[in-house]
Design a protein around this ligand. Structure first.
Ligand SMILES: Nc1ncnc2c1ncn2[C@@H]1O[C@H](COP(=O)(O)OP(=O)(O)OP(=O)(O)O)[C@@H](O)[C@H]1O
Length: 324
């Protein structure tokens, strides 16, 4: 049995507009079933990259393979789903008609669409609204129906460009659940989002781009240096507690300025050490008020990287941080 090819593979991809390289030697890889976050400030070249990956814009140079082939091949295109950031729909169509239209374009049979359309409408939370015209949909509903269109033909790779920009917090959680279900079904997801907390929660790996180049890419854990900060709050530092905790990880900070409270920041190598940290607190006789593992903070990393001086970027071109 041959292994599936990478969902996306680019090597030294370049796009020049008017003599200026807006994508400049971009190399990324997305594996089958992986949720990949593509991050960068405005004008970094994300949309241009997305258009090249979808076969809508031709690269000036470099290599590009999507699902093992060229995105301009109809066989590859038939296996791609796409939710654009600026969705424009035919306002006179109903949700059902819109999906039937897209489903037929994607080659689904009428019989298949009869069961598939209610299924995807349900999945995106529009179960009862498919009979209404799109002109009467709210922005969030339009984004949901667009997502339904992107997953309708059971793609192997889905591109989602800011998929929750019009959604309320409940809608965002629902989209996250849809992305997780797609991953569970072995579908790869390429996610463009400015919502770093969202990216942090759902992505297996991320790439940061700036000025058309990858500054850093890797798994969330690799990018954060493989550590898990743990905040521990106790009533007081009993004898032996700090020693016991320091055997589990690196003690980064202790704050005893507030009477009746001591805060400890402990950096662990793995979450498996969390129960032992709780046990160390209890064994010391201290009262435990909080034990909070902190998710790697993508926003801090993003700002550090993006705000780096141009000189720093020139001296360290596109490091490939720990490709998982
Ligand atoms: N068709 C085009 N012709 C000329 N320049 C273009 C074209 N498309 C994009 N650009 C330029 O390329 C640069 C990168 O644009 P792109 O839209 O890819 O960035 P982005 O990272 O998606 O930004 P945003 O987060 O604001 O959507 C910008 O400076 C833009 O003006």
């Amino acid at each position: 049995m041959t292994a599936s090819p990478p969902a996306i593979e680019t090597r030294e991809l370049r796009k020049v507009y008017g003599g200026r390289a807006v994508v400049d030697g971009l190399s990324i890889g997305v594996q089958p079933g992986e949720v990949f976050g593509f991050l960068g400030p405005n004008g970094a070249g994300k949309s241009t990259t997305l258009k090249m990956l979808l076969g809508l814009v031709l690269p000036t140079s470099g290599e590009l393979r999507v699902l093992g082939g060229s995105p301009s091949s109809p066989a590859v295109r038939a296996r791609l789903g796409f939710l654009p950031e600026q969705f424009r729909f035919q306002t006179w169509m109903t949700g059902h008609e819109f999906l039937r239209f897209h489903g037929r374009l994607a080659g689904l049979s009428a019989a298949e669409l009869r069961t598939r359309i209610p299924g995807v409408l349900e999945e995106v939370g529009l179960g009862a609204r498919g009979g209404e015209v799109l002109g009467g949909y709210s922005k969030g509903m339009l984004q949901r129906v667009g997502l339904a269109g992107a997953i309708l033909a059971r793609p192997a790779l889905v591109f989602l460009d800011e998929p929750t920009s019009a959604l309320d917090p409940i809608g965002r959680v629902e989209v996250r659940e849809i992305i997780e279900r797609l991953r569970g079904a072995g579908v790869s997801v390429f996610l463009n989002s400015h919502l770093l907390s969202e990216v942090e929660q759902v992505c297996d790996r991320v790439a940061f781009v700036k000025a058309g180049r990858v500054l850093l890419q890797g798994s969330m854990r690799d990018l954060m240096g493989g550590v898990l900060p743990l905040d521990v709050r106790v009533d007081e530092l009993r004898p032996g507690l700090l020693d016991a905790l320091s055997r589990l990880g690196e003690l980064r900070h202790t704050d005893t300025n507030t009477p009746g409270r001591a805060d400890i920041e402990l950096w662990l190598q793995h979450e498996d050490a969390i129960p032992a940290a709780a046990q160390a607190v209890l064994d010391s006789g201290a009262r435990l008020y909080a034990l909070t593992p902190r998710r790697p903070d993508l926003e801090t990393l993003f700002l550090d990287l993006i705000e780096d001086t141009p000189e720093a970027q020139r001296s360290a071109p596109a490091p490939e941080a720990a490709r998982a």
